[in-house]
Design a protein around this ligand. Structure first.
Ligand code: MN
Length: 224
């Protein structure tokens, strides 16, 4: 028997011997991954291909620039400088990424979700009012005011926000337990989808007049 068979027998033995079943699907690393039968039509396998390890260099594991203040001259007063597998190829398959967040006075990281990652942040400068909402049916809001050096965690998949409701700038560093945690900004996804979701759907779902829905859909939502 080759080692594969030994491994298989060990797995079967464990499955039979353990009273508790541990079953996990692998966490997806992209929004969609439609199965195809012909590899000719394949693009990525679970995120990115791997470079031959012999060809890897120090720069593959290196990123510079998180000391730089982000440009917060935008509607939200927010700058996000992400370091995901797209910026740091050495993160591939490691289940980790980070980002720097700059807030102008009254800057907002609006309600959003990371579909593939839990986020932990620490404040380097200023003060942030942060919070997340638990899932149905409780929808409990959990909030905290964070000062320099404070740490807060936003559990995977829950709507959360960070608001600098003070007159000074704020800077935070975030870590996520995915090489590509993804972001769904609630307002952008709901009111800024391309093409638009029917205003009948949104009026009913959000208990809004259709005129309000049309107004919201006409706004510029950007891509953050
Ligand atoms: Mn977040």
């Amino acid at each position: 028997m080759d080692t594969h068979f030994h491994f298989l027998f060990a797995l079967i033995f464990l499955a039979l011997a353990t009273p508790i079943a541990f079953a996990n699907d692998p966490s997806p690393l992209q929004d969609t991954c439609v199965a195809v039968n012909d590899s000719k039509y394949g693009v990525f396998v679970n995120g990115k291909f791997c470079k031959n390890p012999k060809l890897a260099t120090a720069d593959d594991f290196f990123f510079a620039g998180l000391d730089i203040y982000g440009n917060t001259s935008n509607r939200l007063g927010l700058a996000v400088n992400p370091v995901t597998v797209d910026q740091l190829p050495g993160l591939n398959t490691l289940g980790l990424s980070m980002s720097r967040l700059d807030f102008a006075p009254y800057g907002l990281n609006p309600p959003h979700i990371h579909p593939r990652g839990t986020e932990i942040i620490t404040v380097l400068e200023g003060t942030l009012y942060v919070g997340f909402v638990t899932s149905n049916p409780d929808n409990r809001l959990i909030t905290k005011v964070l000062n320099k050096g404070d740490v807060f965690v936003f559990p995977i998949g829950l709507i959360h926000f960070k608001y600098n409701k003070w007159k000074t700038n704020a800077v935070a560093i975030a870590f996520l337990n995915s090489q590509s945690a993804g972001v769904i900004t609630i307002a952008n996804a709901v009111f800024g989808s391309k093409p638009s979701i029917s205003d009948d759907v949104l009026a009913k779902a959000f208990q809004l007049d259709k005129k309000v829905v049309d107004y919201l859909q006409a706004q510029s939502w950007g891509d953050n």
